[in-house]
Design a protein around this ligand. Structure first.
Ligand code: MN
Length: 421
């Protein structure tokens, strides 16, 4: 495993910063005097890639890569350019760099920057690929005899979600209305969700496009990087609508992602295997190498105006299917995969009931309230609660982090069909 790489940006040289030279995650930022543009996080600073390209300091292609406020143009170029860009940024920002004098003027303090969506989302698919989560939800919804659907150990189950629902960290989320039928209801009714929840996930971002089926190895090469992803879920709406076609309006309110794309290259030192299989996968989905990552992930809940409680901590290495297997499976029907496609991992839950990635599981369907550090209890999200996802991989003396993926839940509208709001 590599050590902490040294940078001339002092704040990048600590064991605890999420953005050492080993990371170099890609984002889109703006400042009070300048529009959104591409940048790389380094310690407490952001290196302005657009400015570096305009001035000729950063030149890894014959055409501009950073003249638009998103990373899609870099993403579609593929692994050779991705590696060249990472090498050049490492050179510019590394200790002893010849470019230090000019690059110093291209740094912006992260504290002064506003972050935006880092890429244009083409299509969004969400999976259900963590066995602990699937067994918990199956037990809660269908009973403990047969918690896994019969196909679960053979294919990564997913559904086509709404790309338009994606929002950047910091965006407020309004509690949705929907059709629900609660246990004591004799008929369905239209009401604000009372069981609004988060889902702790990683999102894999497709860099290069495909046309037709791809192997697991090819799929792995297509993946540009990862973000934290909160798949906001209205459990009461979901419970009424999901049979037989799966989630729909219960998942269509919003999906929040973290602002920094952590590249596959930065995560490579933390690669690990998927778990042993009860039944072998068919050949086209079999593992060809370690394609999961050892990433500690957690969720904090902060009631309005109060302190935060970390309500769960678990690890992405507990997934049953890797993003590469999900992407390979997704491609088998022949349809194209596009630059900017986003694949939600599925809720990440550990074996222990305190390591679950949703309130549905943590509160065991609302029957076991969580006690917060403020003394309050929660079964599902209440108005004003801020939910924050975090993710960190730990190397020898360094940390590769994702930054925060945060959103606050606002009260439902009084009348969702009223004009003028
Ligand atoms: Mn989900």
């Amino acid at each position: 495993m590599t050590d902490l790489l040294q940078s001339w940006v002092d704040s990048a040289n600590s064991a605890t910063t999420e953005f050492p030279l080993n990371n170099l995650p890609y984002g889109v930022f703006s400042t009070s005097d300048q529009d959104p543009r591409c940048g790389v996080a380094i310690g407490d600073m952001i290196f302005d890639c657009h400015l570096a390209e305009v001035t000729g300091l950063l030149s890894v292609s014959d055409f501009p890569l950073f003249d638009a406020p998103h990373w899609n143009e870099v993403m579609e170029e593929g692994p050779t350019l991705w590696a060249a860009l990472r090498d050049r940024l490492t050179e510019i920002l590394g200790q002893g760099s010849e470019d230090e004098a000019s690059a110093r003027g291209m740094l912006v303090p992260r504290a002064q920057a506003q972050m935006h969506m880092p890429f244009m989302v083409a299509e969004f698919t969400d999976f259900y690929a963590n066995r602990n989560h699937a067994e918990n939800v199956g037990t809660l919804f269908r009973g403990p005899q047969n918690p896994l659907p019969p196909n679960w150990l053979h294919i990564p189950i997913g559904y086509n979600a709404r790309a338009g629902s994606l929002v950047e960290s910091g965006t407020d989320v309004q509690r949705p209305w929907g059709q629900v039928k609660r246990p004591d209801d004799t008929a369905p009714r239209f009401a604000p969700s009372k069981r609004f929840d988060f889902e702790l996930e990683l999102g894999a971002i497709v860099g290069t496009a495909s046309d037709g089926p791809v192997t697991v190895d090819q799929a792995q090469e297509m993946i540009f990087g990862y973000v934290l992803l909160n798949d906001w879920s209205a459990r009461d709406i979901q419970a009424w609508e999901y049979q037989p076609l799966g989630p729909f309006q219960g998942k269509a309110t919003a999906t929040t992602i973290s602002p920094w794309i952590v590249t596959r290259a930065a995560l490579e030192p933390f690669a690990c295997k998927t778990p042993d299989r009860d039944v072998p996968l068919l050949l086209h989905l079999q593992d060809t190498g370690p394609m999961l990552y050892d990433i500690n992930v957690s969720v904090g809940l902060r009631p309005q105006g109060k302190g935060e409680t970390i309500i769960t901590t678990t690890n992405y290495n507990s997934m049953y299917y890797s993003a590469a297997q999900q992407l390979a499976h997704h491609s088998t029907a022949g349809g194209p995969m596009a630059t900017g496609d986003l694949l939600g991992s599925g809720t990440i839950s550990g074996v222990d009931k305190t390591e679950c990635g949703s309130l549905l599981e943590l509160s065991w369907n609302g029957t076991v309230p969580l006690v917060l550090e403020t003394g309050e209890t929660r079964t599902f999200i209440e108005d004003g609660d801020q939910i924050t996802l975090r993710g960190q991989a730990f190397g020898e003396g360094y940390t590769v982090g994702f930054g925060e993926c945060s959103g606050t839940v606002l009260p439902a509208l009084k009348d969702p069909f009223a004009k003028g709001h």
